[in-house]
Design a protein around this ligand. Sequence first.
Ligand SMILES: Cc1cc2nc3c(=O)[nH]c(=O)nc-3n(C[C@H](O)[C@H](O)[C@H](O)COP(=O)(O)O)c2cc1C
Length: 158
Amino acid sequence: MANVLVAYYSRSGNTEAMARHVATGAKSAGATVEVKQVSDVSMEDLLAADAVVLGSPTYYGTMAAGVKDLLDRSVELHGQLEGKVGGAFASAGGVGGGQQTTIVAMLQALLVHGMVLQGDPSGDHYGPVAVGKPDDRSAEQCRRWGERLAALAQRLHL
Ligand SMILES: Cc1cc2nc3c(=O)[nH]c(=O)nc-3n(C[C@H](O)[C@H](O)[C@H](O)COP(=O)(O)O)c2cc1C
């Protein structure tokens, strides 16, 4: 069974709600899932995970500082996260509010760690996005994406 870590920052609950939907999807693929605020994520948590997914609100077109702080702390593990599955999701205040630039900023860091990423040709291409609180469409994208990501982790790590 693959271990999926969902690490998120959320000030007003929107990204947290996405994290819960992602976790539901990952569990439906048979993975063990931990959902944690980024400030509570330890380096041991990152090492133990087969898949690490990051969730952030969009702050001025990019990730919130708390998510960047986790990434910066993870330099301690540089080279040790290679081959894990990675992914990212984001909320923003408006349509075209920068969700995808925020996701790509997080994915860039995960690539530097040597992680394996998977896009989606039919759903939200770079990772799930929401406008504010996830509506039914976004919730479904989160679950679909969580399931796909966990299935990839199971294939690579079991
Ligand atoms: C400091 C700050 C910067 C923000 N920058 C943007 C932005 O560039 N574009 C946007 O659409 N929304 C922006 N927002 C709105 C948040 O991305 C949005 O409300 C999000 O859903 C909040 O997620 P949360 O409930 O998980 O904290 C910003 C909010 C804050 C507090």
